[in-house]
Design a protein around this ligand. Structure first.
Ligand code: NI
Length: 154
């Protein structure tokens, strides 16, 4: 399992670089490592800057499968937005309400190098927006209202 970079580390504030070739071994090796790290940490998504790699790669848990997303581009956003609770593996024990577009159309390159498009709704749309923010150096705490810190009891 990879080490998860925590706020306020500067890596989390950089704009991540596009991945030119997703098929090279160094990049392919990261995919299962990031998925394992996300699953063991009980996260629904993980962006490469969170494991110290400032590249445009995100993994997302969705209905018991894993989406592997390189160079995501949000092509369309619904006018409708909704509030929902978010947390982040890089900002432990912290939760807040964030307003997000209800639906988004996402284009990305998958783990095989194929350009793919999906229409996402509900939780998936929210996770996509949260993870794409990570690639642009934005954290949910920048946008959240009613931030709560829930420290575990020792
Ligand atoms: Ni996050």
């Amino acid at each position: 399992m990879l080490n998860i970079i925590k706020h306020p580390n500067e890596i989390l504030r950089q704009k991540a670089l596009p991945v030119a070739n997703v098929l090279i071994p160094e990049i392919q090796k990261l995919i299962p490592e990031m998925i394992e790290t996300m699953v063991k940490s009980d996260g629904v998504g993980l962006a490469a800057p969170q494991i110290g790699q400032s590249i445009r790669l995100v993994v997302i848990r969705h209905r018991d499968s894993d989406l592997v997303i390189f160079n995501p581009e949000i092509l369309k956003k619904s006018l409708l937005k909704e509030w929902g609770e978010e947390g982040c593996l890089s900002v432990p024990f912290t939760f807040g309400q964030v307003k997000r577009h209800k639906n988004v159309t996402l284009q990305y390159i998958d783990q095989n190098g194929k350009t793919t498009k999906i229409v996402a709704r509900g939780l998936l749309a929210r996770v996509i927006q949260h993870e794409v923010d990570h690639l642009n150096g934005v954290l949910f705490i920048d946008k959240a209202k009613k931030i709560e810190v829930i420290e575990p009891a020792n």
